[in-house]
Design a protein around this ligand. Sequence first.
Ligand code: GLU
Length: 332
Amino acid sequence: MKKLISSLASSLLFFVASFSLISAAKSAEYFSIGTGGPTGVYFQVGNAVCKMVAKIQSAEHGRKKGTDKALRCSAPSTGGSTYNIGQIMEGELQFGVAQSDWQYHAYNGSKPDKVKPFKGLRAVFSAHPEPFQIIVGKKSKIKDWNSMKGKKVNIGNPGSGQRGTFEVLMEAHGVDTGFFGGTSELTSSEQSGALCDGKIDAFGYTVGVPNAGVAQSTDGCGAKIIDLQTDAVKKLVADNPFYAWATIPKGTYKTSKKDVTTFGVMASFVTSAKVSDDLVYAVVKAVFENLDDFRKQHPAFANLDPKRMIVDGLSAPLHPGAIKYYKEAGLM
Ligand code: GLU
């Protein structure tokens, strides 16, 4: 009898132990946000989102004594916009930051050679504006688009948004890489060093302002950002809803002696229709309920306006989990 009781007790113990293991496994949900290069602004967006998720989680868990599902967020550095969209489509990433032009083309399947068509792409919100910038070396003698002829230019790594946008810019001007004296595919964290070392004369970068990577070449070795107002750029802005004129204000960097005019896009936060409403809702709530704190995470986020964030630069449909929060919060 004693033996029976003790074996019953140990099976019960086993049952309880395995149940709590299962519920422990169930109680954490891991998700990842694709960003960009470690010196870019996307990396700051992704990590700011994770920080807000952690903040709201610890506050809620403090109240509810850990009864809610714990969300574990990571925001690794990646190749950028089109890489992120591709990985969201594969289910390898749950969220990502992407330029509004590549969000549009992925959802509409309008540039299948540059970003895979993805009808399941969903918009969550937009973040900061990203002017497309051509940064030229101090001794490069480049003043405008035409004087880039024959120069060594970094067009960006495959998978990055700036690479795709640079290709669009070349097509719009009716040239290919042969227009330049040589092109490289350096990542955003390599290009400033290469410019300062004289390995390249210029690079193209779609990035929020200010940016530490750009500052490395402007403040570090006297590089400048040039105006981009050619007829081809005027046509791009006129013909496409996801492009707009953008200004990099005088004084932004040490060499910014006057305002620079170029075209730009919005950085947007995207996901897949396959990601659960609960997860998207929780992430959006964490960001929008801590927006003051979010704005302080990087100077490029200082002007984030919730009303604009749910409209600007979003061409894929909003995810239902995001809509649920925006309605509750009275934003929609
Ligand atoms: N716009 C760039 C891209 O799509 C990334 C900029 C950043 O990292 O802030 O690849």
